[in-house]
Design a protein around this ligand. Structure first.
Ligand SMILES: Cc1ncc(COP(=O)(O)O)c(C=O)c1O
Ligand SMILES: [Zn+2]
Length: 400
């Protein structure tokens, strides 16, 4: 297969950057770089009819991925996760066409596998051998896993109170685990410092150009799995925002490929009441989001006080005529139980936040019952056992 990747382009000032060497942010304005493709040429050979014959993982879209030599792909089978109809939950919440894409069944049990499979593959292609990153948890586990498979060194900086599962998976996969006091933003400062001191390449999300390419494959899959008619609504738990902007990028590319028409889902970004910088910026009509002070939520993946791609997230939600909203930790925990007991899926807190958001958006009339709504469950609930508080006191029943 041939990739049609050509160069990197700044998403803010449009400056072109070479992709032949490692790059991070725009050298002129410090904003996010996106991989760009020769879509006109790709269009002639990359027909969507080829897809059913391809492997059931995210590399089925290889022509629109940034790896030039297939041998450099580092894979554990990530992507092509199922989309389930959710009839019982839908009935409970009053939504008659409710679906959920289950990213919890990815390798490393979260959608972070996609971004890190792409970034580690590209690092291998560029000859990088030592990577570092700050992480709320799941990304660290994923980087450490893919780096192990690629024979690359991985250093991670994670808040001390990140889920235990993430700490343990980094240990087992051989990453250099550094627990720090503070939040992912504090970990980011240390990771950048260490990158300079120890000659490491920092793969913080959207601060290197390739993780988003892994995440964008969710957008390709959603189109393919919905038979090239995107749903009316997508609700997504937003931390750094790479998932939401990645899907938006995929929709742009697929429109240029002629695979979908111009009708797009309304994109809703969900955050927690304890950490909602994007919601605040959306409500204030701002282009950028101020960092959130004292961020606090047990939904570790959305405990992200500041996002470098804030303008991209806000741009996508506004362009799509969606919005941003926050929900309480209490409602997230109770929704985890509701989803698991109605549909049998033990989803992560971030995923449950999207179902809470749906109830609120329906109550205010922003979403109506017969719209096709897709929730993104970004990980498995099994990765959060230590953060589920006093759940154990409720475990045993009355029969015994
Ligand atoms: C389970 C989970 N959901 C959502 C997110 C937020 O992802 P994004 O950076 O794409 O906004 C994270 C990030 O750590 C996560 O681990
Ligand atoms: Zn720029």
């Amino acid at each position: 297969m041939k990739s049609f990747f050509t160069h990197l382009e700044c998403t803010y000032c449009e400056k072109i950057h070479s992709s032949n060497e490692p790059q991070r942010l725009c050298v002129d304005c410090g904003k996010v770089l996106y991989p760009r493709y020769d879509i006109e040429s790709a269009k002639k050979v990359f027909a969507k009819e080829l897809l059913p014959h391809r492997q059931a993982n995210m590399w089925r879209y290889f022509e629109m991925m940034p790896i030039l030599n297939e041998n450099n792909v580092v894979t554990l089978g990530e992507g092509f996760t199922p989309i389930f109809a959710m009839p019982s939950l839908g009935e409970k919440l009053g939504s008659s066409k409710l679906f959920l894409k289950d990213e919890g069944i990815n390798p490393t049990a979260s959608f972070k596998a996609r971004g890190l499979s792409a970034a580690v593959s590209k690092a291998k292609e560029l000859g990088l051998t030592r990577l570092t990153m700050p992480s709320a948890g799941n990304a660290a586990g994923a980087m450490s896993s893919y780096a192990a498979r690629a024979g690359i060194d991985a250093f991670v900086f994670m808040p001390m109170d990140a889920p235990e599962a993430n700490q343990i998976e980094v240990y087992f996969t051989g990453g250099d685990l550094n627990l720090i006091e503070g939040l992912i933003s504090d970990a980011g400062v240390i990771s950048r410092q260490k990158a300079e001191e120890m000659d490491l390449f920092d793969v913080s999300t959207l601060q290197e150009p390739y993780r988003v390419e892994g995440k964008k494959t969710m957008g390709y899959e959603i189109a393919e799995q919905f038979n090239w008619e995107l749903p009316d609504v997508i609700i997504y738990p937003t931390g750094g925002g790479t998932g939401i902007v990645g899907m938006w990028k995929a929709f742009d590319e697929m429109e240029q490929l002629g695979w979908i028409d111009g009708s797009r889902p309304r994109m809703y970004a969900v955050q927690s009441d304890g950490c909602a910088p994007i919601v605040r910026a959306f409500e204030n009509g701002d282009e950028f989001a101020e960092p959130w002070e004292n961020a606090n939520t047990f939904a570790a993946g959305i405990r992200v006080p500041g996002a470098i791609g804030d303008y991209l997230i806000l741009g996508a939600i506004r362009e799509s005529e969606g919005s941003a909203l926050s929900v309480s930790d209490e409602s997230i925990l109770s929704m985890m139980k509701t989803v698991a007991s109605t549909e049998g899926m033990f989803i992560c807190p971030e995923g449950a936040a999207t179902a809470v958001a749906l109830t609120e958006l329906m109550a205010e009339g922003s979403i109506v019952s017969d719209e096709r709504v897709l929730l993104l469950n970004t990980g498995s609930g099994l990765k959060y056992l230590d953060l589920l508080g006093d759940i154990k006191t409720h475990l045993t029943g009355n029969a015994g």
